[in-house]
Design a protein. Structure first.
Length: 339
């Protein structure tokens, strides 16, 4: 769906601004057919987010909520990225966040949307983890399951009062899918919410080449019509995510591996900078290679997510049993203890 929106809105060579770090497959998704250029935009301060990390030395970060304001770039950061582009067309946000696994503060999301619309950009809000808010770990002051997330769709009335309904309806587009929340990634079903009639007409034509089959469409429609089942399924999935996440973070604490407390999705962002022999992205890849080759544990390197600094990794924790999570962390601990 993101690819189709970019294809409809952008010209080849147009830029899409993306707060970094971000989902590594965006690079491929945007370039292959649409030939647009992803532009990572970092927050100007590298230290802000560190305040939220659960440290092996100091325990839970002292200011998670404040530190989360460092996830999205400031208006000044966005201005600099915008000025360096030749034909910027879209700001792409992901909330809840991948790879950080956090729900973004609503005020920060609204600020970025407002900035983009005033610059004449379209905004895509990727909300594929919207119903995967698990609340996090009690040891880090975790929240309630399913609480905290607010969709860009819910922000539209407020933004309309600030900027005018025509601008909001023309340029704010929200994307959802069944891959994560309903554990149906193999069915390849995505959804677009937009009030831009010209965009929807274009998507109707483009969608002919990647349409959902009649069988799959019928299956998903029948599923969604059973509201009781969907409610129970989402609650069970959120509870399972929380249980797996808490298992993972328990063992990370025991292994003295620092991590960013998460509350959504299936990701945990860890800091292994102190285990780098060389404090570069080449050093990060050396550590990543050793973990994969010798410990038989595969993380996503921060470099692939356009992390600002080397030494950060994304853990995907949802697909394996709890015993495997413990084994994985034990293997990592055994490997890094020998460095």
């Amino acid at each position: 769906v993101i690819d189709n929106v970019c294809f409809a809105v952008c010209d080849p060579g147009s830029e899409v601004l993306i707060p970094a770090p971000y989902y590594p497959a965006f690079d491929n998704d945007l370039r292959v057919k649409s030939s647009v250029v992803p532009v990572p935009v970092h927050h100007g301060s590298a230290s802000g987010l560190r305040k939220a990390f659960h440290s092996s030395a100091g325990g839970p970060g002292p200011g998670k909520r404040e530190a989360l304001e460092s996830v999205l770039p400031s208006n000044e950061d966005l201005d600099r990225a915008f000025a360096n582009c030749s034909n910027p067309r879209i700001l792409l946000l992901t909330n809840p966040h991948n790879p950080l696994g956090v729900v973004l503060p609503s005020d920060e999301v609204k600020r970025c949307i407002k900035w983009a619309l005033q610059k004449g950009l379209h905004v895509i809000s990727d909300e594929i983890y919207a119903n995967s808010v698990h609340g996090g770990d009690d040891a880090d002051g975790g929240g309630e399951i399913g609480q905290g997330f607010r969709s860009a769709i819910a922000m539209m009335p407020e933004l309309s009062r600030l900027l005018g309904s025509d601008l909001i309806e023309e340029r704010l587009h929200t994307i959802f899918g069944f891959s994560k929340d309903l554990c149906a990634s193999g069915l390849r079903v995505g959804c677009l919410h937009s009030k831009n009639t010209r965009l929807l007409t274009a998507i109707d034509n483009i969608g002919y080449f990647c349409g959902v089959s009649g069988h799959t469409g019928y299956l998903m429609a029948q599923t969604l019509q059973d509201a009781s089942f969907v409610k129970k399924f989402l609650a069970k999935n959120q509870a399972n995510l929380r249980k797996s996440y808490q298992t993972l973070t328990k063992h990370l604490r025991e292994a003295e591996i620092d991590y960013l407390p998460a509350d959504a999705g299936m990701f945990c962002w860890i800091d292994m900078q102190r285990y780098l022999k060389d404090k570069t992205f080449a050093g990060e890849m050396e550590l990543w290679t050793g973990l994969a080759r010798d410990a038989k544990v595969l993380f996503t390197p921060g470099r692939d997510c356009h992390a600002r600094e080397p030494g950060f990794f994304r853990i995907c924790f949802a697909w394996m049993p709890e015993e495997a999570l413990k084994l994985a962390v034990d293997r990592v601990k055994h490997y890094i203890d020998k460095l």
